[in-house]
Design a binder for this molecule. Structure first.
Ligand code: ZN
Length: 467
């Protein structure tokens, strides 16, 4: 389906591709936006438009988006959030620390007297929230959205660690009336978990599997019990790195073999440490509602993950971020009708970086990333462009993302590779850089259309009746 605006940029109900082609070929409309594809009519429409519902399924890495009009699914999308923010900020903080302490360039000393404002969220969480709000705002401009609904996710992080937890165990936890050292000593029977006593060392210690020096936490999932000699020998390596180093030795002693076996057993313990994603999603629960209401001035409804899942089973749909989004909501419909099976994948990219100098792996400066100017001949790197080169070795038509140069000779990243040395005068803009990258993917919403169907699946009956 294609989004439609009238000549006053009033959003109208999305229309079918075939109708769009007719309107465009008869010059009754023009292309307004490439991603998501939107046309603008050359006349005014005064009729009342039936409002659509926008549904979101927020996640830590991906957020599903769907636009529905009653039981018809008109648009499917998926926002891919940035995943590098934490690492990037850690890097930046390290560079700044160096500039404060080394005698190379002045950066004022920072005192730890700063407070985080109330309602502060970590940058990675804020970025995911902002992405969702920005996309909703942009969709609201091209589609008559009257209601927003999203899934209020809540992960039980304790249950992720211990699936059998119940009752008072929630309040107590494994370290109730004990401390970490005591707990580990008893849990591991006071034996070294690496060598199992082969080193004959009796001095026992609390061991961090991912070392503290490398960001390992004091959480139970990262702790084990070891003798001093093993702990010392392992140093600031992870068990896996240590095992690799032992395996490279020409001659392995009895102790080495015992340690290899111990490390192998440690891997089987399978402590869940992937709680960061769950914590991130839990953190944004209510904040998203607040931000969406403030931004769009629309009613924002929430529903639980339970409703999404039961709806999905009832409609007989396969699992995908955007399909999940279409299933969000308490008011279940008898069935969903997909008017589109194309999902627009919106990847958060940003608009360049603040960094003025590239650095090598040790933090030493190696050249400048790009000149301070971003615009050249009316284009900037990241713009989607179409080129039509009439003559020369580069003759042909190309569509892709431009990399701009002050010389006027641009590169175009197309689906079939990079074409360099295209003169700016042969180029036309398609979609200006807006902080997001766009691709599409085809989805098959009904689960029995997908390959991995099994006759015993509980939603077979529900799925068959839904279509
Ligand atoms: Zn040991």
């Amino acid at each position: 389906m294609v989004f439609v605006l009238d000549c006053n940029k009033k959003p109208l109900a999305p229309c079918h591709e075939a109708r769009t082609r007719k309107l465009l070929s008869r010059k009754k409309a023009a292309v307004y936006l490439r991603y998501p594809f939107t046309i603008i009519l050359k006349r005014e429409v005064e009729d009342d438009i039936a409002p659509c519902t926008l549904k979101l399924d927020p996640g830590s890495r991906h957020t599903g988006v769907a636009i529905l009009q009653n039981d018809r699914v008109l648009f499917l999308g998926q926002i891919d959030h940035k995943t590098t923010i934490v690492d990037d900020l850690k890097k930046r903080s390290a560079y700044r620390r160096r500039r404060r302490t080394k005698n190379c360039r002045y950066r004022a000393a920072r005192f730890l007297n700063r407070k985080k404002p109330e309602g502060w969220f970590p940058p990675s969480v804020m970025s995911a929230l902002n992405n969702s709000v920005v996309i909703v705002r942009r969709l609201k401009k091209i589609c008559p959205i009257g209601l927003i609904e999203y899934e209020l996710v809540k992960f039980d992080t304790q249950k992720l660690i211990n699936p059998d937890i119940k009752g008072t165990e929630y309040q107590n936890g494994p370290l109730h009336r004990t401390n970490m050292r005591n707990f580990l000593r008893i849990a591991h029977n006071n034996t070294c978990q690496y060598c199992h006593g082969a080193s004959k060392d009796t001095k026992m210690e609390w061991e961090h599997m991912m070392p503290r020096s490398r960001g390992g936490s004091d959480a139970l999932g990262n702790a084990t019990w070891s003798c001093h000699s093993c702990n010392d020998e392992k140093g600031s390596r992870t068990p896996r790195e240590w095992a690799a180093a032992i395996k490279q030795k020409k001659r392995q002693t009895k102790l080495d073999k015992a340690r290899l076996e111990g490390i192998d057993n440690l891997k089987k313990q399978n402590y869940s440490t992937a709680l960061a994603d769950a914590a991130k999603v839990n953190a944004i629960r209510w904040k998203l509602k607040e931000m969406l209401e403030q931004e769009t001035k629309l009613t924002v409804k929430v529903s639980s993950a339970y409703h999404t899942k039961t709806n999905r089973m009832k409609y007989g749909l396969s699992k995908d971020h955007c399909v999940d989004a279409a299933c969000v909501g308490k008011d279940a419909l008898p069935a969903l009708h997909f008017r589109t099976t194309e999902c627009l994948v919106i990847t958060a990219r940003g608009r360049g970086k603040h960094c003025r100098t590239n650095v090598d792996k040790n933090g030493f400066p190696v050249g400048k990333p790009y000149p301070r100017r971003k615009n050249f001949f009316g284009y900037q790197s990241g713009d989607m462009v179409a080129a039509n080169v009439p003559k020369g070795t580069k003759q042909g038509k190309y569509v892709g993302c431009a990399a701009c140069r002050s010389t006027g000779s641009f590169d175009i990243k197309t689906a079939n590779g990079r074409i360099s040395g295209i003169n700016h005068k042969y180029i036309k803009p398609i979609h200006r850089l807006d902080g997001y990258g766009y691709t599409t993917k085809e989805i098959s919403p009904y689960w029995f259309e997908t390959e991995n169907k099994t006759a015993s699946s509980p939603c077979l009956k529900a799925g068959a009746s839904a279509v």
